[in-house]
Design a protein around this ligand. Structure first.
Ligand code: HEM
Length: 487
């Protein structure tokens, strides 16, 4: 397991032209990756958007040395990194279960459980149907007023910062937490606050342990401080979620399934108590889905909003264009659900932000059984990595100015911008596992940006330090400070 199998797989892939850094006993390339990341982070970065080599130095260096697809090792786990777009599409679009999600690590399991983002087959189909119902169509429309109220509350706080510096990343963290609490759980930020804080703690533990390779069986014999802490946090999250669930159950009328409410939590409870065995959701599944939506709904959207504000602060022309469009469409009025889809310039800006700073930078799958991927024969249990950030910064797709902010790339939509090369732009993934919250996140971002642009112009504060940092999403490590000018 430690030597023969890795060497065998390495040789098998080399014979097919797939090279990569050599496997090292037990650790694979974990130490090299970790050292490369530390070195990249130790140097200050200029205010450029060329962040690929900074955030993922090993993928940047190894695609240059070994080619578009290469083999690396997390311990004894072989990982095929794939940046050839045809192969990325083949992996992500597959519907036969050949490329399922990789089994989560101990810590990731505590964050997302075996819920929608991690599971497969019938269980996934059941949970996906439920989430699609909760975050699309009429249900999504019903969430719109909740998003407006949350944005108004944030802008109310901003009145105290006019003419002064404000850390908008922290503000967006609060806003997106409030929005998900209010819309999916009909609860308040305060009720969810505890859960968000514990989810953040778990994210940090996952990040700290990501490249730590442990000897098999050691985790059962020897428990680290992070093992103990993560158990405690996991239990804390479960207890807090159960409190919200119990409260809702108490409010409902016994025997009337519709009285559980028409938000995400209501749909989950209906499925939990419902008569339909196939669609029934267990208590564990209920807790896992709540955790997932609290986490997925907040982390990613706050990063998107922060990076958009950075780019608009650095590019006053686009800030003005976006404002003109908002004022033409809404004047000083509150945005409406029907009109938000008409924001074309803003869509271009959001797409270009998601290209340069995709909150989620890696898509992970595994090979369930020996498979032909393009011309390659890939053995079972190889992990597959589709590095979103690499694809989004690839000059072959985006030109030599790939690192520049140019929303005009998207003036005729995504298909035209990518020359119909779908894998060149995958901020929300691709295929059957594509993000459930894509419309929710885009509407939330558009409302928030519109309401800010109606009230303020903003410039970057001299105190801002550019350090895109990968925790589970890519975020501004030291916040995002801007100076607000009231209009
Ligand atoms: C800018 C915001 C967001 C980004 C960039 C984003 C990105 C992604 C990506 C890349 C995936 C696919 C992962 C994969 O294929 O392995 C995904 C899946 C998912 N996202 Fe999002 N997301 C965002 C917002 C949201 C929101 C607001 C929600 C919930 C309200 C959400 C819920 C989910 C769920 C449940 C999945 C799993 C889908 C499945 O496996 O079937 N996301 N997201």
């Amino acid at each position: 397991k430690l030597w023969w199998t890795p060497i065998h797989i390495q040789n098998l892939m080399r014979l097919q032209g797939i090279r990569g850094p050599s496997y090292r006993l037990h650790y694979g390339n974990a130490t090299e990756i970790s050292n490369m990341e530390k070195e990249a982070m130790s140097k200050p970065i200029s205010l450029s958007h060329d962040i690929f080599s900074y955030v993922q130095p090993h993928i940047h260096a190894w695609t240059k040395s070994y080619g578009k697809n290469f083999l690396q090792w997390y311990g004894v786990q072989p990982v095929l990194v794939v940046t050839e777009p045809e192969l990325c599409k083949e992996i992500l679009n597959n519907k036969d279960g050949v490329y399922p999600k990789q089994k989560p690590s101990i810590f990731v399991k505590k964050l997302l459980g075996d819920g929608i983002t991690m599971t497969e087959g019938e269980k996934w189909a059941k949970l996906r149907k439920l989430s699609n119902h909760a975050f699309h169509g009429e249900s999504l429309k019903a969430m719109f007023p909740g998003m407006i109220v949350s944005a108004e509350a944030m802008l109310g706080r901003w009145k105290n910062h006019e003419g002064k510096e404000i850390d908008v990343f922290e503000e967006f963290r609060l806003l997106t937490s409030e929005v998900i609490s209010r819309t999916a759980f009909s609860s308040s930020y305060l009720e969810g606050q505890n859960i968000f804080e514990m989810l953040m703690k778990l994210s940090s533990i996952i990040f700290r342990n990501f490249l730590k390779i442990r000897f098999p069986g050691m985790s059962k014999l020897f428990r680290t401080r992070d093992d103990i802490e993560s158990d405690k946090v996991e239990k804390g999250i479960r207890d807090s979620i159960m409190e919200i669930v119990k409260k809702r159950e108490k409010e409902a009328i016994i025997g009337e399934e519709d009285s559980f409410g028409n938000d995400f939590l209501g749909f989950l409870l209906k499925a939990h108590h419902g008569a339909n065995d196939k669609q029934r959701v267990s208590v564990d599944e209920l807790v896992e889905e709540c955790k997932t939506i609290y986490f997925a709904g907040q982390e990613t959207t706050s990063a998107l909003l922060a990076w958009t504000v950075l780019l608009l602060a650095l590019h006053p022309y686009w800030q003005e264009e976006a404002r003109k469009e908002v004022l033409q469409l809404f004047g000083k009025q509150t945005p409406t659900y029907e009109s938000i889809a008409k924001l074309k310039t803003m869509s271009m800006i959001i797409n270009e932000t998601l290209r340069l700073y995709p909150p989620s930078i890696l898509l992970v799958r595994k090979v369930a059984r020996e498979v032909r991927l393009g011309k390659l024969l890939v053995p079972a249990n190889v992990e597959l990595l589709v590095p979103t950030l690499a694809l989004h910064h690839e000059p072959q797709f985006w030109g030599q100015d790939a690192a520049l902010f140019k929303p005009e790339r998207f003036s005729e939509g995504v298909a035209k911008a990518t020359n119909d090369n779908m894998a060149a732009f995958i901020p929300f993934g691709l295929g059957p596992r594509m993000c459930v919250g894509i419309n929710f996140a885009t509407i939330e971002a558009k409302i928030t940006l519109s309401m800010i642009l109606q009230r303020y112009s903003f410039t970057l504060s001299p105190g801002y330090v550019h350090s895109p940092f990968r925790l589970l999403t890519v975020r501004p490590q030291q916040g995002l400070q801007v100076i607000l000018q009231s209009l």
